[in-house]
Design a binder for this molecule. Structure first.
Ligand SMILES: O=C(O)CCC(=O)C(=O)O
Ligand SMILES: [Fe+2]
Length: 341
C-alpha cells in the first residue's frame, strides 16, 4: 500500500543542529489546536517552520535523497514492478534520516516539534518513533486510506505525526495532494472493534473528510496514530516534498509476537532493527527511539530556570524571541481568528 525504502543501518550522527535549525521553542498549540486534535484527531499549524528553516531542511533532505536514488529505485521496482515505471506508486520514501542527516536530527529532536508533540499527547515526555521523507512526484498515485498505528509495533494510543510541507501544496481542486483526514475516526472504537477491515476505504458519510490545504513550505499538520487518512494523486505541476516525524508517549510497550500477526508490516524497514533487539512486550526503550527534545544547553539563564514539571504544558506566557517571531505572529493570528468564530 505504501512504498518504502530500506535505509542501511549506520551509526547515528551526533552533529549539533546546523546554524539556522536550532528550533529552540515549542510552538505552543492554542486551545483550539488542542481541542481539534482531541476531537477530530488532527490540526494544522501554519508556519511551524519559517520559510528559511523549511528551505534549509529541504536542501539537506534533497541531498540525502540524491545519495540514495539507486537504492530507492531498486526497492520501488521490487515492490511495484512495472507500476513503478508508470508512476502508479504513491511516493518515494526514506525512513529515519535523523540517523544520518544533522538537519533531520535537528528537526526531530527539536523543542519546536517534540515539545509540541508532548503537549498534544498530554504527556510529560515523548520518544521519537520515526521520520519519513515522502516525495510524491508529479503523477504519482494516491496514498491509500490507512491508520499509522496499524503499522507500528507499539501497544499505545499516544502516537502523533507531524507532517511538514517542504514545497507548496495546492488545494485538491488544483491537483494538490495534501493529507485528507477522516475526522473523529481516531476515536471511533465501534469501527475499530466491529469493522472486518478497519483500514478499508472509509464508508461514505461515516466521517467528515478534511484537508488543511493549501500549504506553504513550513506548514504542518499533526495527526493522531489511529486516525484514518489518505492523499489524492499528485495532479499538481510540481513534485511534493514532505517530511513526517512521529512521536509516542514514553512508557509504551512493544506488541507481543501474537499481536504482531495482526499488524500491517509495510513499514518494517523503519523498525525491524530495533524491534529485533527488544523482548516482545518489553518497554519500547532503545537508542533508535530516543527521548526528545534532545538535551541542549539553554541559551539563557531564564530558560535554564524553567521548572521541569512544566515540560509538555502550553507556555502561553513566554515572550517571543527573534527566531520564533513568525510562530508567535501566526499563533496570535490563529487565536484572533478562533475568537471571531
Ligand atoms: O504524505 C503522504 O502521502 C502520506 C503520509 C502519511 O501517511 C503519514 O505521514 O502518516
Ligand atoms: Fe500515515
Amino acid at each position: 500500500r505504501r512504498a518504502s525504502a530500506l535505509l542501511p543501518r549506520l551509526p547515528i550522527v551526533t552533529a549539533p543542529p546546523p546554524a539556522g535549525l536550532e528550533l529552540l521553542d515549542a510552538a505552543r498549540p492554542s486551545t483550539r489546536d488542542l481541542l481539534a486534535f482531541e476531537r477530530d484527531g488532527h490540526c494544522a499549524m501554519r508556519g511551524l517552520l519559517s520559510p528559511a528553516e523549511a528551505a534549509l531542511v529541504l536542501a539537506e533532505l534533497r541531498a540525502e535523497h540524491a545519495r540514495r536514488t539507486d537504492e530507492m529505485a531498486a526497492k520501488l521496482r521490487a515492490d511495484h514492478g512495472e507500476r513503478f515505471q508508470k508512476r502508479e506508486v504513491p511516493f518515494e520514501q526514506l525512513f529515519n534520516l535523523w540517523t544520518c542527516s544533522a538537519a533531520a536530527r535537528a528537526v526531530v529532536g527539536s523543542e519546536r516539534l517534540a515539545r509540541t508533540a508532548a503537549t498534544l499527547l498530554g504527556c510529560e515526555r515523548v520518544r521519537l518513533y520515526q521520520d519519513t521523507l515522502l516525495v510524491k512526484r508529479r503523477g504519482h498515485g494516491a496514498t491509500h486510506w490507512h491508520s499509522d498505528l496499524h503499522m507500528a509495533p507499539l501497544d499505545t494510543n499516544a502516537f502523533v505525526t507531524c507532517w511538514l510541507a517542504l514545497t507548496p501544496v495546492p488545494r485538491q481542486s488544483e491537483g494538490g495532494s495534501s493529507l485528507v483526514f477522516a475526522s473523529g475516526s481516531h476515536r471511533d472504537c465501534a469501527h475499530l472493534f466491529w469493522a472486518a477491515e478497519p483500514t478499508a476505504p472509509v464508508a461514505p458519510g461515516r466521517y467528515s473528510l478534511r484537508s488543511h490545504a493549501p500549504h506553504a513550505p513550513g506548514d504542518a499538520t499533526w495527526h493522531h496514530g489511529w486516525i484514518l487518512h489518505a492523499a489524492p494523486p499528485n495532479g499538481a505541476d510540481a513534485d511534493r516534498w514532505s517530511f513526517a516525524v512521529t512521536f509516542f508517549a514514553d512508557g509504551a510497550r512493544t506488541l507481543s509476537v501474537q499481536q504482531r500477526e495482526r499488524m500491517d508490516d509495510e513499514d518494517s524497514p523503519s523498525y525491524r532493527g530495533w524491534l529485533a533487539e527488544l523482548e516482545p512486550g518489553a518497554p519500547a526503550v532503545h537508542e533508535r527511539l530516543p527521548l526528545v527534545p534532545r538535551a541542549a544547553p539553554r541559551p539563557s539563564a531564564a530558560r535554564a530556570k524553567r521548572p521541569t514539571r512544566d515540560a509538555g504544558a502550553p507556555r502561553a506566557n513566554r515572550p517571543a524571541d527573534g527566531a520564533l517571531a513568525h510562530v508567535e505572529r501566526r499563533a496570535e493570528a490563529r487565536r484572533r481568528s478562533a475568537g471571531r468564530e
